[in-house]
Design a protein around this ligand. Structure first.
Ligand SMILES: CC(C)(COP(=O)(O)OP(=O)(O)OC[C@H]1O[C@@H](n2cnc3c(N)ncnc32)[C@H](O)[C@@H]1OP(=O)(O)O)[C@@H](O)C(=O)NCCC(=O)NCCS
Length: 444
């Protein structure tokens, strides 16, 4: 479990027992540390020291595997039970009954919109989809084979130079405007990165279309006067964006918060998040799943592949998760979206292999014992491929979906009085007090 809700923590014991007694065996001293919401304040450990002039005790936690960096009311995950909620609403209900822009509003504002608020929000996003013509020019300046994720990262960062007022992060209205701009312009920038790689002309936003239809139009429109996406494909893509919209303090969100804690503008902070997502340990697993399925090739090869996984020769990509020790709730929903997409595009033959692989793995002792279940990436690559996206665009789609989450987390950060500039400690392992010998003497 990654979240400990306040109510759950306080229900387990009365207030007087909400403390931790620590005995320092170096000195025999005892300390009482307050437990709040299942955590102790790392700063309080600083009072535990052998000598007054020595630094106090600190925690060593590479990768922040057991460190809460903030209080957040945005996303709740219970990895053991396979629960994911945005602002308290189960992901299953949002995927089935809402749409991406409404979910974005929910994440950022904390509540579902009224009819007027929703219409205003959709209007604002729709009318901010255009970018300055100079943006087009510098996107055209990338090499023909530039990775679209690098282009997206650079162009989102560059937006900070077009909106210098974005540095005024203390102003709520100003923050709102930048949030709208970023959610509105990310599909334009992502689509143009895609078109640039293909050597195709850029397609301007079409304000008559909804968010996802407009994105598909900017990606795939050719000479037709109006691009009409199949509504089932547009809906499936919309669901995928919802499923990726937030996932609490993951690597890229932590990057946005860490960079944002310097009080830089949100374009720079989100650009850092895109950089984090670009890495193969974060956003790249669905591409690896596709490669794996292609390599397996036929159902007959599955048993030998599974044996290889069990012998430690390879990994079953798209299985297992640091947090989910149960079926990733997003994977279930993506499986359903697969059916909808394949109804339009025809079945991807790799789906059969994926389903058989899942069936065998879920009944195999190796995977059951280790609580390895399909994660969000197991089926998403199949859908993206069916929608005609090349693998290097998969992470761009993830970034567009994650934008509202990053921005909600950034907004929460800058309005949280407890937050400070992110600055972890280190355990210094290098030399001390060496005498510098000038190069002229060292090389003599
Ligand atoms: C996601 C992932 C990195 C989580 O790693 P983690 O929480 O550090 O889990 P561990 O690597 O400690 O794995 C625990 C055990 O399960 C095994 N395991 C984990 N994922 C596995 C997989 N996909 N295939 C085969 N075995 C796996 C490990 O070998 C380990 O076995 P051991 O106890 O015998 O050594 C890991 O499950 C993985 O590499 N999955 C495949 C890549 C993927 O789909 N990533 C997308 C995540 S959204």
């Amino acid at each position: 479990m990654t979240n400990v809700p306040a109510t759950e923590a306080s229900a387990t014991a009365d207030a007087s027992s909400q403390s931790l007694t620590v005995r320092d065996n170096r000195t025999g001293a005892e300390y009482e540390l307050q437990i709040t919401d299942g955590t102790i304040r790392a700063g309080e450990l600083g009072q535990i020291r052998v000598d007054a002039d020595e630094p106090g005790l600190a925690v060593y936690d590479p990768g922040f595997t057991n460190t809460a960096s903030c209080r957040s009311a945005i996303t709740y995950i219970d990895g053991d039970k396979g629960i994911l909620e945005y602002r308290g609403y189960p992901i299953e209900q949002l995927a089935e009954k809402s749409n991406f822009l409404e979910v974005a509003y929910l994440l950022i504002n904390g509540e579902l919109p009224t009819k007027e608020q929703y219409e205003e929000w959709v209007h604002e996003i729709t009318y901010h989809t255009f970018v300055h013509e100079n943006v087009k020019e510098f996107v055209q300046g990338f090499r023909y084979d530039a990775h679209p994720m690098g282009m997206l990262m650079a162009s989102v960062g560059a937006l900070s130079t077009f909106y210098p007022e974005a540095t005024n992060i203390a102003d709520e209205q100003n923050r709102h405007l930048q949030i709208v701009r970023m959610i509105a312009k990310m599909p334009t920038l992502g689509a143009w990165a895609f078109r640039h790689a293909q050597g195709k002309p850029f397609v301007y936003p079409d304000n008559d279309l909804n968010y996802t239809e407009n994105f598909l139009s900017m990606l795939f429109k050719m000479s037709e006067s109006k691009f009409a996406a199949d509504p089932r494909l547009a809906k499936a893509l919309d669901v995928l964006l919802i499923l990726h919209a937030d996932h609490e303090q993951n690597c890229s969100t932590n990057a946005v918060r860490s960079v944002g804690s310097s009080q830089v503008d949100p374009y720079s902070a989100v650009s850092a998040g895109i950089g984090a997502l670009y890495g193969p340990l974060h956003g790249g697993a669905n591409e690896a799943v596709l490669r794996m399925l292609k390599r397996i090739g036929t159902k007959e090869n599955i048993p030998a592949f599974i044996e290889g996984v069990k012998n430690g020769e390879e990994r079953l990509m798209g299985f297992g998760h640091r947090v989910y020790k149960n079926y990733d709730p997003r994977a279930k929903l993506i499986k359903k979206a697969c059916d909808d997409v394949f109804e339009v595009t025809g079945v991807n033959p790799l789906l059969e292999i994926a389903q058989e692989l899942e069936k065998i793995a879920l009944s195999d002792e190796y995977f059951v014992k280790r609580r390895l279940y399909p994660n969000v990436d197991f089926y998403s690559g199949l859908i993206y491929e069916a929608l005609q996206f090349p693998p290097e665009m998969f992470t761009v789609l993830f970034a567009i979906g994650r934008a509202p989450g990053w921005l909600a987390q950034w907004n929460e950060l800058v309005t949280d009085k407890e937050q400070k500039i992110a600055r972890p400690k280190q355990i210094y392992t290098g030399d001390r007090g060496l005498d510098f010998v000038p190069a002229s003497e060292r090389w003599a």
